[in-house]
Design a protein around this ligand. Structure first.
Ligand code: MG
Length: 492
């Protein structure tokens, strides 16, 4: 009898402790986990249409959360996309474009207020495990911009001896904090290592609000999977790499559940830009969209996005309302009660959309698509207007075995050669031109049928919106410098 009474007392104490935890959770600011993979195509995960790559963990996240089918990054390339994610600004506003490399002397400016800095003000523990890409010089370190821990690489994983074309690039550093811990780390271990660190971070910070940013290095070329995942998918090594990333998502969610953190954690999964199509079987797919990475067609800027936040973000829902990566900073700031940066930002709070409020609409009259400083396209409602511009398309048959298209005919070029022709020469693209074209994304998501002539009023409306945007953000096509452009960080 006594034993039973003692057992009952222990049980009740346990229950009280559990309910105390739950009650405490409701007043604790939510944890944020942002998983940002690199160059994953729109249709490379099961819940976005992949048939030959198994992604049960991302699919489960979508089943228990919301799938965003019109999620946009601001620019179709690594550095610019990350600059927007971290600042809530169009990348050209903060002076960053393209993809920085080991010779770059620029990076994120000290005066910019990044998402982790906002969250630090609210007592968050912050970490980045993966690829930073906002400047590799000491003053641009993530530890100087709001992150307390950093493990990973400063720029892309092809920026080293494994670049398929340029053979003069020095070793790729693996950074721990602000120190180089290794040179040319084993890339087949990247996904495993970053995941292990992410889970240890969760375990260490389970009693404190945290922001865990996991910008996975894969599936950016050169692609690698660990031994355990090689040969498993129906789409060769690329599929294996994505299946390993899916494992990583499952491991992180599993840790959140094991640590009883799932009720108060928002998880966001998306990609920095579309697939690097020139690499053929080593690149993803963006079906049903046109083109991929490096272009402002939908294949370059629309990425698969899933958000999961039990009880807060509806389960099993698909949301086609446009949401942009620039919106995450202001939305998360509002969610956790952090003040917005004092300088202007471009993103807006989209929590009503994320949380599934009926009839919630994007607060943006238009979304802008810059490539570098060129305003190449604008979307408003279902309409997308491309201004006349040059773009990159794969030159001939796509590459094989990790080499880009046209590899046999390529002359090795320096990585410093910038601009659209420099990129084309290094990655097997050719330059084409699109004249001003209007597409209706609802009827024509593949941007194949120019309906400008039939819709002159729509063209005029979008042109007027673009003109207003140029005043603030500039446009090198129109030879305009915007009044809102801020300086990039620069070292001598
Ligand atoms: Mg990328």
């Amino acid at each position: 009898m006594l034993v039973r009474r003692v057992l009952l007392a222990i049980l009740l104490t346990g229950l009280a402790a559990t309910s105390h935890c739950r009650a405490a959770d409701q007043t604790t600011p939510p944890n944020i986990v942002l998983i940002f993979v690199d160059d994953l195509g729109y249709s490379d995960v099961g819940c976005f249409g992949a048939k030959d790559i198994r992604t049960p963990n991302i699919d489960r996240l979508a089943a228990e959360g919301t799938r965003f089918t019109s999620f946009y990054v601001s620019q179709p390339v690594c550095t610019a996309s990350r600059a927007s994610l971290m600042t809530g600004c169009y990348a050209n506003r903060v002076g960053l474009s393209g993809a920085l490399n080991h010779t770059s002397k620029v990076g994120i400016h000290a005066d910019e207020v990044l998402l982790p800095e906002l969250l630090r003000q609210r007592g968050y523990a912050t970490a980045i495990f993966g690829k930073w890409h906002l400047g590799h010089r000491p003053e641009f370190s993530p530890l100087k911009h709001g992150f307390q821990e950093f493990l990973g690489i400063p720029y892309s994983n092809d920026n080293g001896p494994l670049h398929p074309v340029v053979k003069t690039i020095p070793s790729l550093p693996w950074i721990d904090g602000e120190k180089t811990a290794e040179l040319d780390p084993d890339q087949s271990q990247f996904t495993q290592r970053l995941t292990e660190h992410a889970i240890r971070f969760l375990e260490r910070h389970r009693d404190q609000p945290f922001f865990l940013y996991v910008p996975h290095i894969m599936p950016h070329v050169p692609i690698f999977a660990s031994q355990k995942f090689k040969g498993r998918s129906g789409r060769g090594l690329y599929g294996d790499v994505v299946e390993e990333l899916d494992w990583s998502v499952g491991a992180i969610i599993g840790a959140l559940k094991r640590l009883n953190l799932e009720d108060n954690t928002l998880v966001i999964f998306t990609s920095d830009n579309g697939p690097f199509l020139s690499y053929g079987e080593h690149a993803g797919t963006a079906s049903p969209f046109r083109e991929g990475k490096l272009t402002t067609f939908e294949g370059g800027v629309r990425t698969p996005c899933v958000m999961w936040f039990p009880e807060k973000i509806p389960a099993g829902r698909t949301c086609d309302e446009p949401v942009a990566s620039i919106d995450l900073l202001p939305t998360l700031a509002k969610l956790v009660g952090a003040p917005l940066p004092k300088q202007p930002i471009d993103g807006l709070d989209v929590w009503p959309i994320l949380s599934g409020q009926p009839n919630a609409r994007t607060p943006h009259e238009s979304l802008l698509f810059f490539s570098g400083d060129e305003l190449q396209a604008i979307r408003s409602g279902d309409w997308k207007l491309h201004f006349a511009h040059d773009y990159l398309t794969v030159a001939g048959p796509p590459g094989r075995a990790g080499k880009p298209a046209n590899f046999e005919k390529m002359q090795p070029k320096s990585i410093e050669e910038s601009g659209i022709r420099g990129i084309a020469s290094r990655h097997g693209y050719e330059v084409r031109r699109i004249e001003q074209s209007l597409f209706n994304l609802k009827d024509d998501p593949g941007e194949a049928h120019n309906v400008a002539k039939q819709n002159p009023d729509v063209v005029r409306r979008l042109e007027a919106l673009a003109e207003k945007a140029r005043e603030e953000l500039g446009d090198s096509i129109a030879n305009r410098r915007g009044r809102g452009i801020r300086p990039v960080g620069r070292v001598d």
